[in-house]
Design a binder for this molecule. Sequence first.
Ligand code: FE2
Ligand code: FE2
Length: 377
Amino acid sequence: MATQTEATDPRDLQLGRSNVTDTPELEAFYKELSGHNSDAFWNRANAIEPWEPESRYRPTIWRYATMRELCVRAIDLVSPEKAGRRVVTLLNDSEVGRASTAVCGWLFSGLQAMKPGEITPAHRHTASAHRFIMEGGGAYTVVDGHKITLGKHDYVLTPNGTWHDHGVSADGELSIWQDGLDIPLMNCLEANFYAVYDEPAQTATFPTNDLPFSYGSGLLPETRAAWDRPYSPVMVYRWEETQDALGKLARVNAPCPHDGYMLRYSNPLTGGWAMKTMGANMQMLPSMFRGTAHRHTGNVVYNVAQGRGYSNIGGQRIDWEEHDIFCVPAWMWHEHVNLGGDEAYLFSFNDFPVMEALGVRITEALEGNDGRQALQA
Ligand SMILES: [Fe+2]
Ligand SMILES: [Fe+2]
């Protein structure tokens, strides 16, 4: 009787792929191998070496209207001190997502709501973190003694190993942000450490906003000790400057057919991503922009900063509006459409730095017809 090693995909009939019909002798051999913590590679080869990446994650959307209400409700149910971090975790709509606590692939994401006067106790971990502020006022973070104020649509870093705590000043407003971390990657690598700080909160040891004021203009300070950390010294990227930069980019460039206009939150010392394992972008889709499809290795999680439209992901249409969150799993075709009369802005974070470091960042554009994917009924 044939076993699973016998090929079913026509491409696996060629030399170089596994296509074995079992015999009583082979089955006896397999049994003997299993008694010695071993197996015949050809029984698994086609499954573990697919012709191309086959993500086990699914396109998923989290509607802000729903998620916001759930996050705010958590405020009255548990204190940030008791919870450690009062975060509502976003789980990919797949078995692997729920098992690995991933929003998509190597990425974790959650939503955090804090009311005025609250703090998240200081701690640090091997996982890198970054945040996109969705609403509020008076929020701040302290990273290794550097206090940074946070406004709507700012993007802020918490690089791996740095002490950090967050809060909202007593005269501030209810503040909500999206966290992104590489927890699934760190756990896969079995390299995840965690520690709590001696005090509930750090005492800021530098002037407020000293890092963005020193490094955030695109000009580098000559009269300050050289920055020797492996992440961006800018630490926070302001929305006003990001939006202004996209507007200027659009004035003198044609849009990319897939992404409209897109900027990288970069480390000005290297031109590369702001952190070593996760990157982030802000892109602008011009009014009524209709993108064509591409796909790439790496996972991407989007947060709609502004606007209304939809994305076709893996043949599935996902409509979105402000602060909805959705993901594009690895190697899945996707295209973005702006349905509004104004520009739409999509914040996104990704694991591209890992793909690049490993030499496996691969991109492909859809050829034929008009470059758009067919949608499932
Ligand atoms: Fe943290
Ligand atoms: Fe893409």
